[in-house]
Design a protein around this ligand. Sequence first.
Ligand SMILES: Cc1cc2nc3c(=O)[nH]c(=O)nc-3n(C[C@H](O)[C@H](O)[C@H](O)COP(=O)(O)OP(=O)(O)OC[C@H]3O[C@@H](n4cnc5c(N)ncnc54)[C@H](O)[C@@H]3O)c2cc1C
Length: 431
Amino acid sequence: MSIEHHTALIVGGGPAGLALAVVLGGWHPHYRGSRMFSERYPQLAEYLAPRQDTLLGLDFRELVRSGVAPADLFRLLHHPRQRFEQLAQVAMEFRQGEPLDYLLLSQEPVGGLWNNAPRNLLTLSPGQWMEFAFYPLAQYAEEQGLPLDVNELIAKTDLIEYYHQVPSRFGQEEFIRTGEKVTRIEPHERGFLLTSTELATQRTRQYTCKYLIYAAGQRCQLRHLGVEGEDLPFVANQYDHPLDHPHHRVMVVGGGRSADWAATELHDAGRQVCYVMRQSRDIHWQLIGDSRNGLPYYARIAEILESKSPRLEVLYRARVKRIGRDGRVWLSVGGAERVVQVDHLVKEIGGIADYSLFTGFPVALQLEEKYDNYRFQVHQVRTHAHNYESVDMPNLYAGGYLAAGIGLVVIAMHGTTYAIAGDILQKEDRL
Ligand SMILES: Cc1cc2nc3c(=O)[nH]c(=O)nc-3n(C[C@H](O)[C@H](O)[C@H](O)COP(=O)(O)OP(=O)(O)OC[C@H]3O[C@@H](n4cnc5c(N)ncnc54)[C@H](O)[C@@H]3O)c2cc1C
């Protein structure tokens, strides 16, 4: 089998990997300043103003020493305030420079987990917080003639359409291979050796690269309940739409935001919903209370529960123990056994970041658990703060939420882009 070599490989075509593809593909940020940026961050404006070259050439190590994380700097340049008023507020612009030889591999179409998010789901954040700085949503809406309010939450269908447009809009289609799953990552004299499977043909391919960006996302391996009956045909691994569950009695197992969405939408579609979660009522209501004023579907679930709708029963401190072929589900609820008859069971129990692909390296990746009250939960790779490069494996970079220290903030999902691209281009002496 021949081995294809590239200077850089990106694993994962979600928001984190896709943004890196465009920037490595030659679209480089330059400081242009904006009134809003100068008013709010005068010291940064003064520091950046003399800079003629691309911002990818910044001394990121020095920036970190001065207390500015690269992801934060680019967030402020992109969003000098949280509300979008006009394109001129973005304090950087993108000019085409020399592309680097890179390839992006992803098992799904670009846009990552948004391809599989429920059809009617709204984002947790205003649309413009989900955009890339090189392609503001307002610009996209104008080019496409779409009536999008970029300060409102955006529908999943609109968001995924935006991500799908990015490769062709920025001339990167030929460097992005989707439908290909990376199955193994090993050390190699040229850097890294990757083995992948082309999903349509089951063909095996191999690649080597000097730099590897691992942007496979925080839920590339869906969790299992680990109980008998989990593979029965009426059990769904993910929720999309009520029409997928046409019969009346639906059990939703979960407790996070995706499960809340599924339980609410199924209830409102007229189903009898039994909502099963491990956590206590207090913890669930903390999330509802924190979210009901900003997110319409949290206002709705609060309303349903407070009105004591007979079609939504929530079982707290509950665990599924067994699923029968006849639709009976055995549960432990606060220690007591209960059996519920269902027509469908929807699992929305999240997923985990998968680092099991890395084999044969002299040291294992050090991971840190990141967790917050808003249900953000992921094992992140320990990285250097200035470039998001693994502290254990040189030239391996963690993209998006997989890099330690990246939390749930605006553009966090692709906040690692510029420091990673800058570090690689600086190492390659390309700036
Ligand atoms: C329901 C839901 C709603 C969310 N809402 C928001 C929100 O409103 N705002 C926000 O900022 N964040 C939100 N998030 C967080 C979310 O994680 C990000 O929006 C974003 O999708 C993360 O981008 P990513 O590129 O890191 O990962 P992903 O979007 O997960 O993309 C990674 C891609 O890599 C692929 N991949 C994984 N392993 C391999 C492999 N071995 N080989 C090849 N390809 C592989 C995956 O299939 C996937 O396509 C939400 C998450 C969920 C689950």
